[in-house]
Design a protein around this ligand. Structure first.
Ligand code: BES
Ligand code: MN
Ligand code: ZN
Length: 494
């Protein structure tokens, strides 16, 4: 898809769809009023016979009358003028795209009246995110079911400024698409070694990537991570990604750690069949970290950053670990396995320990589709944040607001920590049903060695079905890439 900025004076291509972002309470004003006059009052008549008020998310489409160069005209509600913030600009443009993507028109022009500085670029980002599609495995899709829009024009006052300003957003959109692709891939295609290969391919962006296999992890003593992959025919992997963009190559890095369970059957504690296919996206944390590293490299961020991905497959098998087993983690701490389905924390335990020991980072943030309980707590829009550090939490929450990726801080009460004490080992891997997301986070905390750390449980946000946000088409969201990229840009660069 071509995505370009054009001046308001540019001629509208014959047969295009023309979308006008309308303001609630003053729909037929400004540009909409002009177009209404050009069309002999057609917009006004359509409005009078509709329930369109300009509220967020509404669209009203009419076929343009003879004599108008557009094929169709679309009014997109963006809410009250004063509510047109950057996210609203993204959503409005994304809604315009969603409204006409299957209509048959090939060119869509979007005019955002009242757009403030930078909002034309945000609108373009909104379109890029909305237009994401994973269609690699569809061989028979009829042409009339495929999006017809191949060119999107965003109207703006300063075309040159918007075009150059969009470069960083485009790098971000590429990174999010990379993460979404990883999450969308079926688990027979994207197993740990294949995930590692794709991440290795990012070296072309200037990242350094090391891949450790089972023998290397054995030497490091990663009995916790390796136990999870024991039932799988696929080799477990640890991917270490580095971006060195700071002026001082020795500057202390920031670090991100991702849960990459390429498929989670539950292991011997087997999950029920219903919905098990969802567990292909149990690597959404690792995909978000890989996407973040892609974004940092893509925009040449002035920071040193490390991304560690624990890549495994959790399968039942004669070699698989059992409930009752005791494993020894890289930290030396022993873990009694109560439920082999609580595997994400076992993977992260060794990945976090390795990260802090080797890189001594400023902080670690891990992302993981860790618990079903976070969906019960927060529903499907918010990810859960757990942290031992208020400053890091505030930075993450601030970035979450700017980027429109909702995040909610949860408590880490010391009193609950005894729920994961074991009778025969240093700890056990489940703490029972009460506060399941919290005890999972408390488990992770035992492997951060006192470093500033935050854990984001994204089981609630990594996959969206049905879609409720125009920039998040059904399926993989890429949640976390934007938020972390923003936090790094605003707080840890320069
Ligand atoms: N991958 C799951 C968590 C999950 C559930 C992610 C639903 C996305 C959607 C995780 O490995 C898991 O199985 N957690 C268990 C933990 C329990 C056994 C303590 C859970 O949430 O039930
Ligand atoms: Mn599990
Ligand atoms: Zn899992």
């Amino acid at each position: 898809m071509d995505l370009v900025f054009v001046s308001p004076a540019a001629e509208l291509p014959e047969g295009a769809a023309f979308a006008i972002i309308a303001q609630e309470g003053a729909v037929l004003s400004g540009l909409a009023a002009e177009v209404d006059a050009q069309t002999g009052g057609a917009l006004g008549r359509a409005l009078a016979g509709s329930r369109f008020t300009g509220a967020k998310g509404q669209t009203l489409e009419i076929v343009a009358p003879a004599g108008h160069p557009a094929q169709r005209l679309v009014l997109v509600g963006a809410g009250k003028a004063e509510a047109l913030d950057d996210i609203a600009a993204e959503h409005a443009a994304a809604s315009a795209y969603q409204a006409v993507k299957l209509s048959g028109v090939s060119t869509l022009r979007i005019a955002l009246e009242g757009a403030k500085g930078g909002q034309a670029e945000r609108a373009a980002l909104g379109v890029r995110l909305a237009a994401y599609r994973f269609d690699r495995y569809r061989t028979k899709e009829p042409a009339d079911k495929k999006p017809s829009v191949s060119r999107v024009e965003i109207v703006c006052a300063d075309v040159a400024a918007a075009t150059s300003g969009f470069a960083a957003h485009a790098a971000l959109a590429d990174a999010i698409a990379f993460a979404r692709d990883l999450v969308s891939e079926p688990p027979n295609v994207l197993y740990p070694a294949e995930f590692a290969r794709r991440v290795k391919g990012l070296e072309s962006l200037g990242l350094e990537v090391e891949i450790l296999g089972e023998a290397e992890m054995e030497k490091l003593g990663m009995g916790s991570l390796l136990g999870v992959g024991r039932g799988s025919a696929r080799e477990s992997q640890l991917a270490i990604m580095r971006w060195n963009g700071a002026a001082d190559p020795k500057a202390q890095p920031v670090a991100f750690v991702g849960k990459g369970v390429c498929f989670d059957t539950g292991g011997i504690s087997l999950k029920p069949a219903e919905g098990m296919e969802d567990m292909k996206w149990d690597m959404g944390g690792a995909a978000a970290v890989a996407g973040l590293m892609h974004a940092l490299a893509g925009r040449k961020a002035k920071v040193n950053a490390v991304g560690i991905l624990g890549l495994v497959e959790n399968m039942p098998d004669g070699e698989a670990q059992r409930p009752g087993d005791v494993v020894t983690s890289m930290s030396g701490q022993t873990i009694e396995i109560i439920n082999t389905d609580a595997e994400g924390r076992l993977v992260l335990a060794d990945a976090l320990w390795y990260c802090q020991e080797r890189f001594k980072p400023k902080f670690m943030v891990d992302l993981a589709t860790l618990t079903g309980a976070i969906i019960i707590s927060l529903g499907n829009d918010y990810a859960g944040l757990f942290s031992n550090n208020d400053e890091l939490s505030e930075n993450l929450l601030a970035a979450s607001k700017v980027e429109g990726e909702p995040l909610w801080r949860m408590p880490l009460p010391a009193a609950y920590d005894k729920q994961i004490d074991s009778m025969i080992a240093d700890m056990k891997n489940t703490g029972g049903r009460p506060g399941g997301s919290i005890t999972a986070a408390l488990f992770l905390q035992r492997f951060v060695n006192g470093l500033p750390w935050a854990h984001m449980d994204i089981a609630s946000t990594a996959w969206k079905k049905p879609s409720t946000v125009p920039t998040l088409p059904e399926g993989a969201t890429g949640y976390g890439v934007r938020l972390l990229n923003r936090m790094v840009a605003d707080k840890y660069e320069g």
